[in-house]
Design a protein around this ligand. Structure first.
Ligand code: AMP
Length: 208
């Protein structure tokens, strides 16, 4: 089973991707995560990527599409999984069209959330530097990860200006992707404002 998770910032797609990956034995592909890994290597490309991410812009399609293609090929070759979850890809129509040339997608899930709720969630979001687990500082007060003990930190691109830009980009470029998958019958909608466990059970229902 191959899935695409779409949603505005903070809609919970990363958290749901981790839960679904474990439950269905799927590989979790987060292009944002792969880009941040490249950034950490401090290569020429990594430095360019960091500038774009930290101001809330998308990286060029040729980079994100190539990363997604390479990762999908690796996963399919490894035969270790029952499929994969694309988290945050495709983010515009061009990426969606390119993806359809090398991937067979079974379901696309759109986690809905208002802009206001998105903003509220992002300002309180921290991520484990080691395993990528996501917490809300409103509910989790510790400085280290419950799962692996890694340090929790705010993402560099979770600043107000970058978040506003990402929200705008979502409406302008990613919403047409939602329409694209609605037209070809793959789209499922899940209300992202509920608790993690409710969103998770609603998601499993739409996958049945
Ligand atoms: P995310 O971790 O999904 O929130 O992504 C963080 C950032 O990585 C985004 O704000 C973009 O700058 C970049 N990014 C992630 N996915 C894509 C994509 N599909 N296309 C272009 N840029 C992306």
């Amino acid at each position: 089973m191959n899935l695409i998770l779409i949603g505005i910032q903070g809609s919970g797609k990363g958290t749901q991707a981790q839960l679904l990956a474990k439950n269905y034995k799927l590989a979790h592909i987060s292009i944002g995560e792969l880009l941040r890994e490249e950034e950490e290597k401090k290569t020429w490309l990594g430095k360019k990527i960091a500038i774009l991410i930290n101001k809330g812009s998308l990286v060029p399609d040729r980079i994100s599409v190539a990363m997604a293609k390479k990762k999908i090929e690796e996963i399919e070759k490894s035969k270790k999984y029952n499929g994969y979850i694309l988290d945050g890809f495709p983010r515009n129509l061009n990426q969606a069209k390119k993806l359809s040339k090398f991937a067979k997608i079974d379901h696309v899930i759109n986690f809905t959330l208002t802009d206001k709720e998105s903003m509220n969630r992002i300002v309180s979001r921290v991520e484990c530097a080691k395993c990528g687990s996501i917490y809300s500082t409103l509910k989790y007060k510790k400085k280290t990860c419950q799962k692996c003990g890694g340090i929790l930190k705010r993402r560099a691109d979770d600043n107000d200006a970058a978040v506003m830009k990402r929200i705008k980009t979502f409406h302008a470029l990613t919403e047409p992707v939602v329409e694209f998958y609605k037209k070809n019958g793959l789209l499922k909608v899940v209300d992202g404002k509920n608790s993690i466990s409710k969103v998770y059970s609603d998601t499993k229902k739409v996958l049945k």
